[in-house]
Design a protein around this ligand. Sequence first.
Ligand SMILES: Cc1ncc(COP(=O)(O)O)c(C=O)c1O
Length: 391
Amino acid sequence: MANFDEVIDRKGTRSVKWDFAESLFENKEILPMWVADMDFQVPDAVTTALQDRVAHGIFGYTLPDEEVKQTIQNWVKNHYKYDIDKDWITYSPGVVPSLHMLVQALSEVGDDILIQTPVYPPFYNVVKTHGRHIVENELNFDGSRYTIDFEDFEQKIKDNNVPLFILCSPHNPVGRVWTESELKQMADICVKHNVTILSDEIHSDLLLGDNTHTSIASLSDEIDDVTVTCYSPTKTFNLAGLQASYVVTKDEKKRERLNRQFQSQGVNMLNTLGLTALEAAYQHGEEWLENLQKTLTENSEYARDRFHTETDTITVIEPEGTYLLWLDCRKLGLDPDELKKFMNEEAKVGLNDGASFGKEGEGFMRMNIAAPRQTVEEGVDRIIKAVNSKA
Ligand SMILES: Cc1ncc(COP(=O)(O)O)c(C=O)c1O
């Protein structure tokens, strides 16, 4: 069983998070707590499956078979309450590639596409890159929790004749695990106005405390008909470098359009080792995942408690899911560039700049706490020390 307390040196593995941090943050002493991967080893069963596959020594073209499809079908049913048909699955190297394909397959150049801001920066890119326009349904924020402005959501859809809505569920960076009632309300509006829901559910297994995830498509047949869902084991089991994910589409027409889009770009296969890891993780990763969720919950509570008791200026937005803490740093009174500089140069902690998630993220920073407690403690110490010596 992986040891979630073990500090493992990731330097020298060409890790984006660790090896590229020094040049990105322009600081040799930076502690990387940014990009969304974890400093934990994968379940032993995944390592063993990969070792066995590597020992075979031949890595020709590979396709998922019935067993892989069955494994995915079981996982989606058991974890997301969503009963899918095996034929609804399309494989993809990643969720971001899928979003690019889906925007092209399911909307037209010039269309207005709805997103809920602040949000994961590639959501902006996948819309703009393909000549579509962003329409923002800004999330409501009361100083401690984000909720959905349903009135604005519907109005924006009507005013802009929106054909496609990209949902982030659970939400990165605000950490909300949307309730069934919130999902239903959004979905009903989409059904009413014939809007396709593109649901990015990559964080669906990263649940803190007692939170549970429901796939929006599972709520009714009608909703399932208008929804396309992107899933991946890579965020859950720390396999991002292996690039294996899948899209689930019930509606045959949408699925055909998506599959044609993938074919037209020459993307129609999964990485051999990614496939091996996906299957092993879904078949044998349950216990590891339970321990991960416990560790992430404890880490997030630890960081929250320390920031709240030892500073007057950093507020942690209580996360329900993901391992990304959304830190409200507005009380520091710094503009976005100054805040970034402060975290890089004074705290020496490499965080994601809140402003990169949209203008609503200005004054916020995103901190990745998927690391052994010792690393989290070091990051929290550094930020608290810098903040308190500024005051
Ligand atoms: C909401 C969301 N979607 C997609 C991704 C990336 O997906 P992939 O690595 O499969 O392209 C991330 C990674 O952080 C994410 O937070």
